[in-house]
Ligand binder design. Structure first.
Ligand SMILES: Cc1cc2nc3c(=O)[nH]c(=O)nc-3n(C[C@H](O)[C@H](O)[C@H](O)COP(=O)(O)OP(=O)(O)OC[C@H]3O[C@@H](n4cnc5c(N)ncnc54)[C@H](O)[C@@H]3O)c2cc1C
Length: 379
């Protein structure tokens, strides 16, 4: 039998594919990354770059916390243009009812070793003087960070290349399976495994994947140095992010190193077009101005949209695809793929090499979506 050309083909050079390439190459695997566009051009180019620990479920917490710590460990190696800043998140509580949630969240994080600080109204106003008066308080999570996603993806790909990985851009994969990836020009690449890291496009090459596009809008302002110091997110964000059907907006703002402010966020299902939806944008900006009135008077530089790859149970798909021994998935990261890219790469590489992972892998296995079918691990 002839030997496959590579140990792994990675379809997609977004942040997830880039992190996988870097981790696989670090472990000595022969890797080729294939993308039909350029590095970090999909959701990665559209994302906000908030590295955030979340507690929607134990599984979501485990992957976000693990990944947040991996980013922290990497920070000294990140080049300047990745703009990694450990500015922390403040979850803003509008009223006393939301302060109950602040205290619940604090208990949850404390029990799992995540440092936090509960802020009352005055403490919050001192840290973020441009928030409107009368906000009840908040929870500061100082180890959360922000970064610029396309440059982070490029850094990971370049490091993978230094470790021997190959990169093929402008090449579209039309079919994967049985250790082969077929390109649109009819040629084939062979490998022991193929990782589908194609984000929202993953179902095009792995049929049966339940991934829906969830559209989001972002706006970036002109430079207003010192206006904002933390990533501020309303606690109501959790309610809007949880909804799996309706359109929603939430106050979610990020300070950039340039002094610009990135304003989010919106979530829409069934909106397949990239065009800016001016109604959603207006709702999003109105929400932001309700929390920070001065935002309404700032100049905007650019508005754009992007699509999150959403799964029905809000957890990513990481591991072997039960439909084909050679196919592994690394997709479905919804609004957390920048954060969880590093953890995804580690636990996927662990599964491929048969090593024990730092966190339980079961919640992310694609087999959970195909009841009754057992995954076949390629060892
Ligand atoms: C508005 C918005 C805000 C967000 N904010 C955050 C945030 O603050 N924090 C966070 O952690 N996450 C955030 N996210 C989510 C994050 O951006 C994504 O989860 C992440 O970028 C997904 O990366 P990926 O590599 O899986 O996919 P992508 O970046 O979409 O990469 C997929 C790649 O596959 C390539 N491809 C697809 N099909 C093929 C094919 N057949 N052949 C070859 N190449 C192919 C594409 O060209 C693309 O480059 C946000 C997303 C949006 C839309």
């Amino acid at each position: 039998m002839s030997r496959a050309a590579y140990d792994a083909i990675i379809v997609g050079a977004g942040i997830v594919g880039a992190a996988c390439a870097d981790e696989f190459a670090r472990r000595g695997m022969r890797v080729v990354v294939v993308d039909r566009e350029i590095v970090g051009s999909g959701a990665t180019a559209a994302g906000m770059g908030h590295i955030v620990v979340m507690d929607d479920s134990e599984a979501q917490f485990a992957l976000t916390r693990y990944s947040q710590q991996l980013w922290q460990a990497l920070k000294r190696e990140l080049p300047d243009d990745v703009e990694y800043e450990q500015c922390g998140t403040i979850w803003v509580a509008a009223d006393e009812e939301e302060m109950v949630e602040v205290r619940r969240k604090r208990e949850y994080y404390a029990a799992r070793g995540v440092p936090t600080e509960v802020l009352d109204s005055q403490g919050l106003k001192q840290l973020e003087p441009n928030l409107r008066s009368g906000v009840a308080g908040g929870l500061r999570v100082p180890e959360d960070a922000v970064l610029y996603p396309p440059c982070a993806a490029r850094f990971l790909i370049e490091r993978a290349e230094k470790r021997g990985a190959e990169l093929r851009l402008g090449a579209s994969i039309v079919e994967i399976g049985e250790g082969r990836a077929r390109l649109s020009d009819g040629s084939e690449i062979t490998a022991g495994i193929i990782v589908n890291a194609a984000g929202t496009w993953a179902p095009e090459i792995t049929s049966g994947l339940e991934i829906k596009k969830r559209k989001g809008h972002l706006l970036i302002t002109d430079r207003y140095p010192g206006f904002l110091r933390h990533q501020l997110v309303e606690l109501g964000y959790l309610k809007s992010a949880h909804s799996v059907s309706s359109d929603s907006v939430a106050f979610n703002v990020q300070p950039r190193r340039t002094g610009q402010i990135l304003i989010g966020s919106s979530r829409q299902y069934g909106a397949e077009h990239k065009d800016v939806d001016h109604n959603m944008l207006a709702r999003m900006l109105q929400r932001a101005a309700e929390y920070m009135p001065a935002l309404g008077r700032m100049s905007a530089v650019r508005v754009w949209t992007g699509f999150r790859a959403a799964t029905p149970d809000k957890l990513p798909l990481i591991g072997p695809w039960p439909g084909d021994r050679s196919v592994f998935l690394a997709t479905g990261h919804e609004g957390l793929g920048i954060t969880t890219s590093l953890g995804t790469a580690r636990i996927l590489a662990d599964q491929i090499s048969g090593s024990k992972s730092e966190i339980p892998i079961e919640p992310y296995l694609p087999s959970r979506t195909m009841k009754g079918i057992r995954p076949c691990l390629a060892r």
